[in-house]
Design a binder for this molecule. Structure first.
Ligand code: NAD
Length: 325
């Protein structure tokens, strides 16, 4: 990159980073993590005791992609009333050779697109090729990004959805319609009975899907649990599923696997980094009736990977602002 600081705003990020770009960047960084070429630093997340806000940092270094940086931001529950998104973040990229600040990149759109890319990478590598029904548990901000990205991975015909707040479901229904997919609001049990792929993306603190409801051959991507105490599925599902994660350390402490680990249902060694499948070091799914599970906790390196694409593309397309430092 040339000298000076590159500034890439939210609107430009949405213009220059597609869901396919995010998929490529996230798949590459998961592969680099599994090879030990990229690593995440410990996450900081604190209640700041003001405006009910949670604030923190996610950072890391990808030696293979030469990406060093940090995503800083958090959750401000009062923002919605001010016409702002509750989740707010900015990504800072540094030159790994000099430590100079290279780019400031808006992190809100990128967080959604990199989270959707994560479940979508898991679907690409682990779901049955003949999957036809996509089950969505959750209908908040992230859910439509999840649905759009998943729809690119398999020849789905139908979306079934459940949300604890059913009044939020029509927005998923309209995205399904736009994608040419049938849509049905269903009960949790029916969602399990119909789905070949399930994405959970809620802020739940208790199981929303029970083991007996999941049919053989299903792929489940658990995306909502990213904090201690959160939970979306019955931990017993881990005893029958083949489990994968973006990063084992996060999966077992702040991810969906935290509960199965804490109750001794499984050990850490029973979870495989998805990067091992990407790198062809693990076969992934090995039978049509196998249940596969992906625990996507969200790592800093995903943010850095998509921010790096945003900075590069914005500069190339003349859409970034450059200022002297
Ligand atoms: P949102 O506030 O827009 O939507 C929240 C969703 O959770 C809605 O479907 C809502 O009905 C449901 N919900 C709210 N309270 C609930 C409760 N007590 N029990 C069950 N469900 C409840 O949030 P969002 O931006 O769509 O994010 C959804 C989840 O995904 C959050 O938990 C967020 O922290 C998480 N997230 C994860 C990653 C990752 O990388 N894994 C990235 C971004 C967000």
């Amino acid at each position: 990159m040339a000298e000076g600081l590159l500034i890439v705003g939210e609107d430009v990020c949405a213009e220059v980073v597609s869901s396919a770009d995010a998929f490529t960047a996230v798949e590459a960084v998961f592969g680099a993590m599994a090879k030990g070429d990229a690593y995440n630093f410990p996450v900081i997340r604190e209640a700041i005791g003001y405006a009910d806000a949670l604030y923190g940092f996610k950072s890391g270094f990808d030696k293979a992609g030469k990406t060093l940086g940090v995503k800083s931001g958090g959750y401000w529950p009062g923002n919605m009333d001010k016409g702002l998104t509750n989740h707010q973040s900015t990504i800072f990229l540094f030159d790994p050779d000099t430590g100079m600040l290279q780019a400031l990149v808006g992190g809100n759109y990128l967080t959604a697109v990199r989270t959707a890319a994560s479940s979508s990478v898991s679907i690409a590598h682990l779901a049955r090729k003949d999957a036809k029904v996509l089950g969505m548990v959750g209908a908040g901000h992230q859910s439509t990004f999840q649905l759009r990205a998943a729809a690119q991975q398999r020849d789905f015909e139908k979306v079934v959805a459940w949300n604890p707040h059913p009044e939020m479901l029509p927005r998923l229904g309209s995205v399904a319609k736009e994608l040419g997919l049938a849509f049905e609001a269903v009960t949790q049990e029916d969602l399990g009975a119909q789905s070949d792929v399930i994405i959970t993306i809620t802020s739940a603190f208790e199981p929303l899907l029970m083991k007996g409801w999941i049919k053989p051959g299903t792929h489940i991507a658990c995306m909502g649990t990213d904090t201690k105490g959160k939970q979306e599925i019955d931990p017993e599902i881990f005893t029958t599923a083949t489990a994968f994660a973006d990063e084992i350390a996060q999966s077992t402490t702040i991810g969906e696997a935290q509960h199965a680990i804490a109750s001794g249902l499984i050990g850490k060694t029973e979870i495989t980094p998805i990067g091992a499948v990407i790198n062809s070091d693990h076969p992934g799914r090995s039978a049509a009736d196998e249940i596969t599970l992906f625990d996507g906790t969200g790592v800093g390196l995903q943010d850095l990977a998509v921010a790096s694409v945003a900075a590069e593309q914005a500069e190339k397309q003349g859409k970034a602002t450059r200022v002297a430092l």
